[in-house]
Design a protein around this ligand. Sequence first.
Ligand code: FNR
Length: 368
Amino acid sequence: MEMITNVSEYEVIAKEKLPKMVYDYYASGAEDQWTLKENRNAFSKILFRPRILIDVSKIDMMTTILGFRISMPIMVAPTGMQKMAHPEGECATARAASDAGTIMILSSYAKSSVEEVASTGSGIRFFQLYVHKDRNLVAQLVRRVERAGFKAIALKADTPRLGRREADIKNRFTLPPYLTLKNFEGLDLGKIDKTDDSGLAAYVANQIDQSLSWKDVKWLQTITSLPILVKGVLTAEDTKLAIEAGAAGIIVSNHGARQLDYVPATIMALEEVVKAAQGKVPVFLDGGVRRGTDVFKALALGASGIFIGRPVVFALAVDGEAGVRKVLQMLHDELELTMALSGCRSLKEITQNHVVADWDHPRVLPRL
Ligand code: FNR
């Protein structure tokens, strides 16, 4: 295999390796895929204002997330169905994240159970929760999550229905028969069947509670003491509501551009959310992060950390645990280099004045 020198190269190789249905499921976005392109494109509209002649012989990338000390502000987003990429699936990802000293969020729709992931060894893990109509089932699952030592819940707040992913419809996306949704095994929830369109969309429409609302964020706090991150926030209005409802943090996310098309790139929505959060809770971002420079830009605009989704599944597909390890290492090294070349010795030193965005104009001078 040719040497891989950046995160995006894994996608090129994964595309050759994976069955078309699986690659399309991982790669695609909703409808016209405008937001999918924009998630990447918007990062290129932010340029650096690097500072020079600063002693950068030591760079510190450690940070603390919800009280947990981690090696870098780069974490693993929840993505479902990782065993379609590699037989070890989520367990391989968990080991790689733990070795890198960072956090992994396990998807509700994982192909490995919370217990299996916990048994891979120590590591700080969060659980992404889809709220199903059957609240007893949700409560049961949350108890298992707590028992398995997960440290927080990321509540999926932008998926009352699945977005329209036309590749999945064309491919009649369905799970291979040997893969089940492990966290729901034994619970009478039905399977993802072959249907006339996307089997996953049909499953979600059937199971997910479309009436989920802000009061349920409070309800969730009555069944667990774990901190709750609200995942899928894109506006100042919802930031305020999330904080009022008791969220411990916010993830600015458009679900990797797989839900509502023509929402802005997450990096463009970030400042609005950060401003509305007023420092009361940490704000995170995911969507289109493929370079250490992207991570730096998100931190400069006020994020406390970022998550990566697709890079993990593509690296898993190409090289299993070693691939995920390498993705995390490459992003770590790129962020470190970006910090050195921008004159930042620690994450605290990264400020808005280190970047300038297209949409800032006519602000040409820094906000000193
Ligand atoms: C996702 N995402 C997601 N989110 C979630 O909360 N639960 C899930 O089960 C999934 N599943 C999932 C599968 C696949 C294949 C993708 C690509 C994405 C969304 C994910 O957590 C994250 O928001 C995006 O993937 C981030 O964007 P990038 O890094 O993929 O560009």
